[in-house]
Design a protein around this ligand. Structure first.
Ligand code: COA
Length: 330
């Protein structure tokens, strides 16, 4: 079986920034409260008409360029998002057309904040099976399209943006690549973080619009409890079954949901904070976009280098969660 690795990363965020001070003018909140409770200082927000496929195409072209792979050589495009341009067609089809990946097939994955990690896992399987040479995995969300900017508990958290990874086979003498993963869902938590209307359960009607049911509904405390318990639990199980501890990990890249969730996970994992990638202050929670943005931040800061043992972790709506171990590929 071939071994898969991440060959390159590209990211894209909208130019417009929404700061905590901007939010102070929109809802009853304060910069101090947001920073203290979440660690977020600002988030990027899409311009009117700027879509998930636009940001995905931008990020993908950057990633392909960095990998030295032509769009014509892409075999498969997987887009992890909960904010597709439209319910149909799949955003992967729109990205395929925008980047001119003539021979690629593709599909979307809807698993919220766990999207990018799950999509990387799926993408890696196509390399490991030998079916494909170049897989593009995208994690992008335009959360501002489904956020209620009158709901102060929710609107302060989310931002727009994300990135793409090119996944290929490793060279035969390369010690890098995907190692192991544990992914888990618990649908009994579905109601605590959901978008109630617009699906087959509650099709769009005047009533659903009037009741503001097309926006994200979140019970923050419940989500917070799940996240602080599940993230370290999955990481510990994954490390243990690979004969490792938090001490062996060079770089920990967690989903950027809330700084307090990240620091709590680090304490439980005994993970020194200098090994943790944190950029939530700059981007907020971009749902499927946080991990590629965090990878890019880590590379830019010199925190992540070829051969590093990386532990990824995620938690989100579903509930869904995951942890993945990898020797970094470039
Ligand atoms: N500004 C000021 N006050 C706010 C506020 C805001 N933006 N949002 C809520 N409050 C108030 C509440 O109304 C409450 O007031 P009360 O005590 O008078 O009722 C108080 O602050 C505390 O609210 P609480 O909900 O207990 O805050 P919290 O510490 O749980 O923080 C979240 C709220 C949403 C930041 C936090 O629960 C959280 O991050 N949850 C996880 C969310 C998440 O990660 N989602 C994505 C998952 S991938």
């Amino acid at each position: 079986m071939a071994k898969a690795k991440v060959k390159s990363i590209g990211t894209a965020v909208p130019a417009k920034i929404l700061s905590n001070f901007d939010l102070e003018k929109m809802v009853e909140t304060s910069n101090e409260w947001i920073v203290e409770r979440t660690g977020i200082h600002q988030r990027h927000i899409a311009a009117h008409g700027q879509t998930t496929s636009d940001l995905s195409a931008e990020a993908t072209l950057r990633a392909l360029d960095a990998a030295g792979v032509s769009p014509a050589d892409v075999d498969l495009i997987i887009v992890a998002t909960i904010t597709p341009d439209m319910q149909l067609p799949a955003t992967a089809c729109l990205v395929q057309d925008k980047i001119g990946a003539k021979k690629a097939w593709g599909f979307d994955m809807s698993i919220a904040c766990s999207g990018f990690l799950y999509a990387m896992q799926v993408g890696a399987q196509f390399i490991q099976s030998g079916a494909h040479k170049n897989v593009v995995v995208i994690g992008v969300d335009v959360m501002s399209s489904i956020i209620d900017y009158t709901d102060r508990q929710t609107c302060i958290i989310f931002g727009d943006g994300g990135g793409a990874a090119v996944i290929t086979a490793t060279e035969s003498d390369d010690e890098v690549g995907f190692i192991d993963f544990i992914h888990e869902v618990d649908g009994s938590g579905g109601e605590f973080l959901c978008l109630p209307a617009g699906g087959s359960k509650l099709p769009t009607s005047h009533e659903t619009v009037d009741k503001r049911l097309h926006f994200v509904h979140q019970e923050g405390k419940v989500v917070f409890k799940y996240a602080t318990r599940k993230m370290p639990e999955l990481c510990s199980r994954l490390l243990e079954r690979n004969g490792l501890t938090g001490e062996d990990v060079d770089v920990f890249i967690p989903h950027q949901a809330n700084l307090r969730i990240i620091t709590s996970a680090c304490e439980r994992l005994k993970m020194p904070i200098e090994r943790v990638v944190i950029n939530i202050d700059e981007f907020g929670n971009t749902t499927a976009g946080t991990l590629p943005l965090a990878i890019e931040s880590a590379i830019a800061k010199g925190q992540l280098k070829k051969g590093d043992l990386v532990l990824f972790a995620t938690v989100g709506a579903g509930f869904s969660a995951g942890a993945m171990l990898m020797r970094w590929g470039f």
